[in-house]
Design a protein around this ligand. Structure first.
Ligand SMILES: NC(=O)c1ccc[n+]([C@@H]2O[C@H](COP(=O)([O-])OP(=O)(O)OC[C@H]3O[C@@H](n4cnc5c(N)ncnc54)[C@H](OP(=O)(O)O)[C@@H]3O)[C@@H](O)[C@H]2O)c1
Length: 188
């Protein structure tokens, strides 16, 4: 097993992540952080993979779809028509998506694999042996939400990442922090 799944999410104090198939807040710097983290590669000839659920895909405005400079995977149990979308793949399970990513023919084109939500996909990824890290933005306020991050596993330890600011962020009067947790069971 070689693939590492890195989850990236922003959750408020009640662990809410979404409302009406949208984000409950508007935090531009946080969105920029998401784009930067999921796009940056060491090797400029490679891209990162982003894996998302069909509802999260639907929630992205058409002009931003697919997420640029990233290889987009959309999970759905129905047959999605993505034929006209470059750099977008459909998978009917996280396992089949991982299988494709572990294929030697595919391995050479991507660098980091990011799981970008929503709840159902985070849930499946947290249960996977490939779950490596959770990049969690903690928004220090409660918002009205209808979608929530799944319960955090107990086998997490806080780690540092040089690309992740450690100081308190404030935007539109809302405080938040960037946090990185590693799965202590990864690779065991
Ligand atoms: N705050 C954050 O960091 C963050 C990040 C992402 C999303 N969000 C928010 O979260 C909400 C959307 O999340 P959600 O949990 O409702 O939906 P979601 O996880 O994005 O998508 C759910 C859909 O994904 C497919 N799916 C789920 N599990 C699957 C599996 N194991 N295998 C194959 N397909 C699977 C199904 O699609 P079909 O119905 O087509 O079969 C299911 O209906 C929105 O409000 C969005 O803005 C927030």
């Amino acid at each position: 097993m070689t693939i590492k799944l890195n989850l990236i999410a922003a959750a408020c104090e009640n662990m809410g992540i979404g409302k009406n198939n949208n984000l409950p807040w508007k935090l531009k710097s946080e969105m920029d952080y998401f784009s930067r983290m999921t796009s940056k590669t060491i090797d400029p000839t490679k891209k990162n993979v982003v894996i998302m659920g069909r509802k999260t895909w639907d929630s992205i405005p058409t002009k931003y779809k697919p997420l640029q400079n990233r290889i987009n995977f959309v999970l759905s149990r129905s047959n999605l028509d993505l034929k006209n979308c470059k750099d977008v793949y459909a998978s009917n399970s996280l396992e089949s998506c991982i299988e494709k990513l572990e294929d030697n023919a595919f391995k050479s084109v991507y660098e980091t694999v990011w799981v970008i939500g929503g709840r159902h996909i985070y849930e499946a990824a947290l249960k996977s042996d490939s779950f490596h890290r959770l990049y969690l933005t903690k928004i220090l306020k409660t918002f009205d939400c209808d979608t929530f991050f799944p319960p955090l596993p107990t086998n997490l330890k806080k780690v540092s990442d040089p690309d992740v600011p450690e100081e308190l962020q404030t935007e539109n009067g809302i405080d938040y922090t960037y946090n990185v947790y590693e799965n202590t069971q990864f690779g065991k």
